[in-house]
Design a protein around this ligand. Sequence first.
Ligand SMILES: NC(=O)c1ccc[n+]([C@@H]2O[C@H](COP(=O)([O-])OP(=O)(O)OC[C@H]3O[C@@H](n4cnc5c(N)ncnc54)[C@H](OP(=O)(O)O)[C@@H]3O)[C@@H](O)[C@H]2O)c1
Length: 244
Amino acid sequence: MTTPFALHGKRILVTGASSGIGRETALQCARMGASLCLTGRDTGRLNETLSMLGDGDHLSHAADLTVADDRAALVSAIGRLDGVVHCAGLVAQVPFRMLNEAALNRMLDVNLASPVLLTEALLFQRAINPGASIVFISSTAPRNALPGMAAYAGAKSALEAMSRVLAVESARHRVRSNCIAPGLIRTPMLDQLGAEAVMKEAEAYPLGLGEPADVAYACIYLLSDASRWVTGQTLYVEGGLLCR
Ligand SMILES: NC(=O)c1ccc[n+]([C@@H]2O[C@H](COP(=O)([O-])OP(=O)(O)OC[C@H]3O[C@@H](n4cnc5c(N)ncnc54)[C@H](OP(=O)(O)O)[C@@H]3O)[C@@H](O)[C@H]2O)c1
């Protein structure tokens, strides 16, 4: 049975594939028939993800996406793509009064500049096929202001704005660009926030905290032909957090 939600014949790059949401997105995309290109920094965990994918035309290539040479080598290694999911990211809680230049740049480098510059390199090298779908993982942080999250929220907010412009610029090639904004998802990233803060925050979620698969399923929709008329959007996957 063919379904527009399937990913057969699509080649998809997933960043941050060595952990959390990126790893689960890669696994679920492979289940839907896609060929995966995986990237992350930790080669051990990256290859672990690769081995979990099973049979198929999959590859992994380690890269620090804040480094221009690493991005260029990645683009050369992977060939042409029908989809990209930008999962690589970093969170740190830094109170505004301690938000010095180094702390700000670190958040902006990983969460904003890296996905934007990697996309630019892919477009410039004509590695994005007509009809492809680009998905950026944002966050509810821009709308649900939490202490210490100014730089992270600012980076994600800018990512959403840039995704909308990309959607307009790339529409003539039928290339779509969207964001997914998850609420708190159970991944190693939550360790940065501390167990007590996470438990307190969880009380604000009508459906409780999310799992990586909840984001992966939304990625599948945005990567698939089922969403062929959806571009420039941010899809909230947040267990009802923002309803209240
Ligand atoms: N978990 C949540 O509650 C939540 C909520 C909203 C949004 N998000 C967003 O979802 C995305 C995935 O987060 P996660 O929860 O899955 O986090 P995670 O488990 O900590 O994974 C983060 C991933 O990003 C990669 N990464 C970090 N810095 C990198 C760099 N400089 N170059 C290349 N890769 C780098 C890591 O690679 P290595 O481990 O190999 O270094 C890892 O694969 C992030 O963009 C995050 O902001 C998460």
